[in-house]
Ligand binder design. Structure first.
Ligand SMILES: NC(=O)c1ccc[n+]([C@@H]2O[C@H](COP(=O)([O-])OP(=O)(O)OC[C@H]3O[C@@H](n4cnc5c(N)ncnc54)[C@H](OP(=O)(O)O)[C@@H]3O)[C@@H](O)[C@H]2O)c1
Length: 452
């Protein structure tokens, strides 16, 4: 005789199944979600299709010049944008396209400009300009706006937050609320501003800390660098904007072979750590899309910012001795004081020829030099040292690459062509005297600070 009958077996089976589903269900759901998830990140799609996108935009321009047909121009530009921002499956089967397209048609973005593809206004050298700063409330924007105003320009400054409007007004700008991922808002804001120049300073890096998930931390920034750039360029063309400057970055994107210091002509890293691959592709997209646009286009590759509003988070880590030197600390970094970056931007706006410029100081330096120096400047104990294997285990591949392999950047072109010279030509003086607005090294709050 069986110890348990059929009904007891069924109950036991049912209980086991329920327990199994309770435990395994969420795990399975997460796995299914990860597998079935379509590539939601616009960056992936943008990167894959950038060649075709630029080609279609070129055709739109050529056909407009040849035929003067604005309708055809808009049609081709819409096709380009669809190509870039719609999943391949939707492009192949337009009937499946959702009724609310993610990317509004070009004609809508251009509507505020009354569908004119304006001829660029001529601004004579030295004349004040109307300058539209997209992302004006961030670390660089807050230092840039007053310098632009002091140089006589009229600045229209954007933020997403109504609470920041007064702050921007106090800097001397005409403030505007605008979301950098909303094409219609951008079209509207640019058309109303009627700017001679746009400066794209939109990033979303506040609070970025986890280097192991680098691309994830940069996801919104990457969207701003791809989608946001595309929207701004589209609006710029519609409103007849003459000059366009965009923030890029130099440092880890440099190729990690050969000499320690790279120029604008050196290639970007063909094999970045995989955690940074999407971010590098977004940088590539931004630079190519901007330089291919029918404007006077300049890309400013800023080095690592430091100074008021730009380095507090890093200083905190240094004070707490949470930034060790990994291996020999041979990774080369290029720094730039935030006010020097702003001054270079004004110089580029006023007199830069189209192209790419590294905006860095005169002294690219290995981690083994600048990090102990910075610790000393802020009154912290010297950084710890850890072997590469431990650095990799604790902080991942990106951190090891930054500490041991990355290359620095040369500012020769910017100094030669922009008539610009960084006030803080070396991070050595900058770290000692200009980390805060009162001209001193930031006071240490670390409990580990050695007695004076
Ligand atoms: N080269 C470098 O080393 C470098 C470059 C950039 C940033 N950083 C560092 O990153 C940290 C954070 O940078 P941050 O203070 O400039 O802040 P952030 O969060 O990167 O914001 C920068 C600007 O972009 C705007 N923005 C963000 N998302 C937007 C969106 N969806 N649409 C429109 N505008 C948008 C912000 O405007 P809202 O007013 O709407 O927030 C702000 O004006 C700082 O420590 C900074 O030094 C370093």
């Amino acid at each position: 005789m069986p110890l348990i009958g059929a009904s007891e077996t069924a109950i036991a089976f049912g209980v086991s199944l329920a327990l199994y589903l309770l435990v395994a269900g969420p795990v399975l759901a997460v796995c299914f979600y990860a597998i079935a998830r379509k590539p939601s990140d616009a960056t992936e799609r943008a990167v894959a299709d950038v060649e075709r996108f630029i080609e279609l935009r070129e055709r739109a321009r050529t056909e407009l010049a040849a035929s003067g047909s604005l309708d055809r121009f808009i049609e081709l530009k819409d096709e380009a944008r669809r190509h870039l921002w719609q999943p391949a499956s939707e492009r192949a089967h337009p009937e499946r396209r959702s009724s609310k397209p993610e990317t509004p048609p070009v004609s809508q973005i251009m509507r505020p400009a009354r569908l004119r593809v304006a001829t660029n206004r001529t601004v004579r050298k030295g004349e004040p300009m109307r300058v539209f700063v997209a992302g004006a409330a961030g670390a660089i924007g807050q230092r840039l706006v007053p310098q632009l105003v002091a140089s006589g320009h009229h600045v229209v400054a954007t933020t997403r937050s109504p609470e920041k409007l007064e702050r921007l007004r106090a800097l001397g700008a005409e403030p505007v609320v605008m979301d950098g991922l909303n094409a219609l808002e951008i079209g509207e804001a640019v058309a109303r501003a009627e700017p001679d120049a746009i400066i794209h300073q939109m990033t979303a890096l506040a609070g970025m800390s986890d280097l192991r998930r680098f691309d994830r931390g940069f996801a919104v920034t990457n969207e701003l660098r791809t989608k946001g750039t595309d929207h701004l360029l589209c609006a710029a063309e519609a409103a007849g904007v003459r000059r366009f400057l965009a923030q890029s970055y130099t440092g880890w994107p440099n190729i990690r072979d050969g000499g320690p210091v790279k120029t604008e002509d050196d290639p970007l890293d063909p094999h970045p750590p995989k955690q940074q691959s999407q971010t590098l592709e977004a940088i590539r997209f931004l630079e190519r899309a901007v330089l291919a646009a029918p404007l006077e286009a300049l890309v400013l590759r800023y080095g690592n910012f430091y100074g008021p509003g730009a380095s507090e988070q890093m200083l905190d880590v240094v004070r707490k001795r949470k930034l060790p030197i990994v291996g020999a600390g041979g990774g080369i970094w290029s720094w730039i004081h935030i006010d020097d970056a702003a001054a270079a931007t004004v110089a580029a706006l006023e007199q830069g020829a189209p192209g790419i410029y590294n905006i860095v100081d005169d002294e690219p330096a290995p981690v083994s030099e600048w990090l102990p120096y910075l610790a000393d400047a802020v009154g912290a104990k010297p950084p710890r040292r850890v072997p590469v294997w431990l650095g990799r285990l604790a902080a991942g591949e990106v951190a090891v690459s930054w500490m041991t392999r990355i290359r620095g950047s040369s500012n020769a072109k910017a100094k030669r062509e922009l008539g610009w010279q960084p006030k803080w030509s070396s991070w050595r003086d900058g770290f000692r005297q200009a980390l805060t607005d009162d001209g001193t090294a930031a006071p240490s709050r670390s409990p580990e600070r050695p007695a004076a």
